[in-house]
Design a binder for this molecule. Structure first.
Ligand SMILES: [Zn+2]
Length: 47
């Protein structure tokens, strides 16, 4: 049973960033998930 982030469904710590390349072959950083959120955390920070 793996614990995954409730926001993005991936396992990560801190900010999750993926690098893609656009049409000009320039790397673009995409922030997939700003903050990981796990069930175990009793925080209810609903915006
Ligand atoms: Zn996440």
């Amino acid at each position: 049973m793996s614990r995954v982030c409730q926001n993005c469904g991936r396992e990560h710590e801190g900010r999750l960033v993926e690098t893609f390349k656009d049409g000009d072959n320039k790397p673009i950083e995409i922030v997939v998930c700003q903050y990981p959120r796990y069930k175990y955390e009793a925080q209810t920070n609903e915006d």
